[in-house]
Write a protein that binds this ligand. Sequence first.
Ligand SMILES: [Zn+2]
Ligand SMILES: [Zn+2]
Length: 170
Amino acid sequence: MFKLIIELVPSTVWFSSIYQIYKNRNQSSRWSKIKKEIFEKEGRRCWVCDKEYGRLEAHEFWEYDDENHIQKLAAIHHLCDMCHKIKHIGLWCYTEKGSKQLAKSGLTREDLINHFCKVNNCSRKQFEEHERRAFKIWGERSRYEWKQDFGKYDPDRRRDIVTRNLFQYT
Ligand SMILES: [Zn+2]
Ligand SMILES: [Zn+2]
C-alpha cells in the first residue's frame, strides 16, 4: 500500500465537507480552531510525507461504506500542498478551473506525478495504474447519493451538547 494515495470525493458529495459547511455558515473561526488543534497535536509537518516547511493545508480523510453508501469523516490532518494536490488530483488535472490554478501556481501535472513517485518510491507506471483505479472507484461511487457522517467533527454536535445542558438545568 502506498503512503500517499489519491482519494477522490464522489461528485454527489462535492462541496459538502466540514470546511465548506463552516465557510457557508460564516463560521470560518471554527475551521481555524480545528487547524490549531492539529498543529498542537501533530506539529507543523505534512502528515503523509513529513515535510516540515511550506504551506500546510488541512485535508479531510473520508471512509466509504460502499454497501450502505455512508461517507464517514474519519480524520483531519495537515498535508503539504503537493500531497494535498495528489489527494484531489481530479480537480487539479481534470477540471478547467483547477488546471488553470495549477498553472498559475507554477506547477504542472508532471510535478505532481514526480512528487507521488518520490513519496511512494514507485515508478510512473505504478502511478498511472493507481490513478486509473482511483478514477474507476470514483466513477462507481459517484453513481450514488451518500449519507454523510461527520463523526466527532459533526458541526452541529456542540449545539446539541448545549441544548442537553439547558434541559439538565430546567
Ligand atoms: Zn506532503
Ligand atoms: Zn483535501
